[in-house]
Design a protein around this ligand. Structure first.
Ligand code: NAP
Length: 310
């Protein structure tokens, strides 16, 4: 019998219980799946970093922690976690949600939709936008989500540059990598999309100096993580006209504190960390497959490298 503890917030349990059971049953696994199990009996933890479980030491026979979120920065440094940690990848619902968020907000900025929708003067501004082919977009982060967004934007006709840590090849996308090529990736980015993880190497990546590398009037869409951007440098760049608009879904502190300057800034759009959610039916299949692998001794999928932090 495999004992699986569901350790996410209470509100997630009704959403996940049935899809997880369906996915585990489909693989023929014999298991107990529960919100409450004696720690010493638990084989796997289906986990969300905001769960009550923060000390993994009592889980003496634990084989793996299977994270429901794509982001793992709140758990990678936990010294009590010594078993493999897998994160959520290949949840097609999560990926599709991010593609829709990114293409939606890129198109909003590209087409200048606000100028047409919010038009209190009833004037008749002739603001014909360029075609997508004339609007270079750069995506920082060419992982599962970055690549899916790059392909979607490419299909719409945008010239897309992607940037990652290691070299990549994506059809139709100019792929750059490493710190040496970051400036090159920024220099053409009329719209910049951030899909990097939050790690020590990416903190404040978009600082004043790098914001100044972007073409004047560039627009930023950040559904990655808040600490990627130096908030004060961004506000200064918006005020000075270097950056025309920033659409931000993620923040250093969430919910974004009421007195944060982003709330009232006319050139900032705040969305409340809704760019993309793990979707229970597809995420359950990813979790079940990893439990099957753990049981037959196959390597886990989507393991987190604790050294790099993602
Ligand atoms: P992923 O597959 O791990 O991809 C991360 C990408 O970032 C990779 O291309 C990686 O390069 C690159 N990278 C990491 N550190 C780097 C560095 N120091 N320099 C240059 N490139 C670096 O992650 P994912 O699944 O695409 O997700 C990306 C992020 O989106 C997550 O970490 C999470 O923070 C965020 N997210 C947000 C939401 C939301 O609702 N707002 C939802 C889901 C995810 P390599 O390819 O060379 O490793």
């Amino acid at each position: 019998m495999i004992n699986i503890l569901f350790a996410a917030t209470d509100s997630r349990w009704p959403e996940y219980a049935a899809p997880l059971r369906k996915a585990l049953d489909a693989l023929g696994l014999h298991y107990v799946l529960s919100r409450e199990l004696a720690p010493e009996d638990v084989d796997y933890i289906v986990y969300a970093p905001n769960s009550d479980v923060q000390d993994f030491r009592p889980y003496t026979r634990l084989k793996a922690v299977l994270n429901l979120w794509a982001g793992v920065e709140k758990v990678t440094q936990n010294p009590t976690l010594t078993v493999p940690l897998a994160r959520m990848v290949d949840d097609e619902g999560l990926t599709q949600g991010m593609v829709e968020y990114v293409t939606g907000h890129v198109l909003r900025h590209h087409l200048g939709m606000d100028a047409h929708i919010v038009n209190p003067g009833h004037d008749w501004p002739k603001l014909t936008p360029p075609l997508a082919s004339e609007r270079p977009v750069t995506i920082l982060g060419l992982g599962t989500l970055g690549v899916a967004c790059a392909k979607a934007l490419r299909t719409l006709g945008f010239p897309v540059t992607g940037w990652s840590r290691s070299p990549k090849q994506v059809d139709g996308v100019r792929c750059l990598h490493g710190m040496d090529q970051l400036d090159k990736a920024l220099e053409t980015a009329q719209i910049l999309v951030l899909l990097l993880p939050d790690t020590p190497a990416t903190t404040d990546l978009l600082n004043a100096e790098r914001l100044a590398r972007l073409p004047k009037g560039a627009m930023i869409v950040n559904p990655g993580r808040g600490p990627l951007i130096d908030d004060a440098a961004l506000v200064a760049a918006l005020d000075g006209g270097q950056i025309a608009h920033a659409t931000l879904d993620v923040f250093r502190i969430e919910p974004l504190p009421q007195d944060h300057p982003f709330w009232a800034h006319p050139k900032v759009t705040v969305t409340p960390h809704i760019a993309s959610e793990t979707r229970a039916p597809s995420a359950a299949r990813v979790i079940a497959e990893n439990i099957r692998r753990g049981e037959v001794g196959e390597p886990f999928l989507h393991l987190v490298d604790r050294t790099s932090g993602y």
